[in-house]
Design a protein around this ligand. Structure first.
Ligand SMILES: Cc1cc2nc3c(=O)[nH]c(=O)nc-3n(C[C@H](O)[C@H](O)[C@H](O)COP(=O)(O)O)c2cc1C
Ligand SMILES: CCCCC(=O)C(=O)O
Length: 377
């Protein structure tokens, strides 16, 4: 297969381009695919392009501060790392490299249940980087993404392990009772290569079967709101529900007492044809207004202006999935740092150009749907 030349990356798009030139096809297909026609995958990005910014001028933007808090923890920025499975497919250092880059940047990383490095080893790698408090008071923050196994003993043991290891929240993924149908993975009969393992579940590995078959055998499709209440009852960690797309479910999440909601369609990899997350965000925010629930978003965030738009619409933070994998594939830890820095710098510039010096300055008036100026509406 002929491969394209590498670019000196100056954007997430460049990192993605480079990953296409370097990754083995099985891994590349697994990372890049969406479900079925990949309509939602495409729309996640297109929907950001349909929004327009409304900048304010003459506001002394010589200093821009992006620090914010997530469930009471101060981090350097609302740009965070979404959980993605099997990071060692991109680079041998895998999740350890991501953890170090997250710790250096004092950003929040969510580790996937299906990591190819254990929860303990991943956070330990993050701790190799000094966690000294910067002048801003921001610190690295590690959360753990939980797939609820049919075997509740396995699930509970994992919760105990991540509590002990120092993860500060459980992010329960609720949009994956079965695996979405990703056609390239079906064709490739994608499974984890023999020399890697799902490091949190050595005894429940997926090497023998396709991913979809593994999900059928292990992940609990009976999962419902009472299970979220059960998780809350057995842990003191705050709970984030990942995969909410409607006002109805956002209300139920708030009723169940969860601390936060991550508006997500799993990067377009589960139910194809659902709304782009940035289009679903407003109804979720409206539904939980005044209920004390933090609302985050992921899916299609590739540029600093996307971050600004998501925050202007009301998200407290954005999470990056594939951009981190493209960074890892490019150059391990350095590549993840590059991905984070590129989008961080773009965000700081976008804030300044929109007249915002701090996160609280970003508000609903900074963004609009459509291209018609307000006076003509
Ligand atoms: C290769 C890959 C693996 C993923 N693995 C997980 C996972 O293990 N758990 C999970 O909750 N979400 C998983 N996701 C979904 C991401 O957390 C996130 O919702 C999505 O990637 C965000 O969209 P983006 O890739 O456009 O940034 C995965 C996504 C990708 C691309
Ligand atoms: C149960 C699915 C695990 C991996 C995953 O979330 C993905 O491939 O999107």
């Amino acid at each position: 297969m002929s491969r394209l030349p590498q670019l000196v990356p100056i954007s997430i798009a460049d990192l993605e381009h480079n990953a296409h030139t370097t990754l083995a096809i099985n891994a590349l297909d697994y990372y890049r695919s969406g479900a079925n026609d990949m309509q939602t995958l495409k729309d996640n990005q297109d929907a950001y392009s349909r929004l327009r910014l409304r900048p304010r001028i003459l506001r002394d933007v010589s200093k821009v501060d992006t620090t914010t808090t997530l469930l009471g923890h101060k981090v350097s920025s609302p740009i965070c790392i979404a959980p993605t499975a099997m990071q060692r497919l991109a680079n041998d250092a895998g999740e350890k490299a991501t953890a170090r880059a997250a710790a250096k940047a004092k950003k929040c990383m969510i580790l996937s249940s299906w990591s190819t490095t254990s929860a303990e080893d991943t956070i330990e790698a993050g701790r190799e980087v000094p966690w000294d408090q910067s002048a801003s008071g921001a610190l690295p923050l590690f959360w753990f993404q939980l797939y609820v196994y049919k075997d509740r003993v396995v699930t509970e043991q994992l919760i105990r392990r991540v509590e002990k290891a120092g993860y500060k929240a459980l992010v329960i993924t609720v949009d994956t009772p079965f695996l979405g149908r990703r056609l390239a993975d079906v064709r490739n009969v994608f499974k984890l290569p023999g020399h890697m393992s799902m490091a949190n579940f050595e005894h429940k590995d997926s090497k023998e079967s396709s991913l979809a078959a593994y999900v059928v055998s292990q992940i609990d499709p009976t999962l419902n709101w009472s299970d979220i209440a059960w998780v809350r009852s057995i842990t003191k960690l705050p709970v984030v529900v990942k995969g909410v797309l409607t006002a109805e479910d956002a209300k139920l999440a708030a009723d169940t007492g969860v601390e936060a909601i991550l508006v997500s369609n799993h990067g377009g990899r589960q139910l194809d044809g659902v709304l782009a997350t940035i289009d679903a965000l407003p109804e979720v925010l409206e539904a939980v207004k005044g209920r004390g629930v933090e609302v985050y978003i992921d899916g299609g965030v590739r540029k600093g202006t996307d971050v600004l738009k998501a925050l202007a619409l009301g998200a407290k933070a954005v999470f990056l999935g594939r951009p981190i994998l493209w960074g890892l594939a490019h150059d391990g830890e350095e590549g993840v740092s590059l991905a984070l820095n590129l989008i961080q710098q773009e965000f700081e510039l976008a804030m300044a150009l929109a007249g915002c010096c701090k996160i609280e300055d970003i508000n609903r008036d900074h963004v609009q749907h459509g291209t018609t100026a307000r006076s003509k509406l």
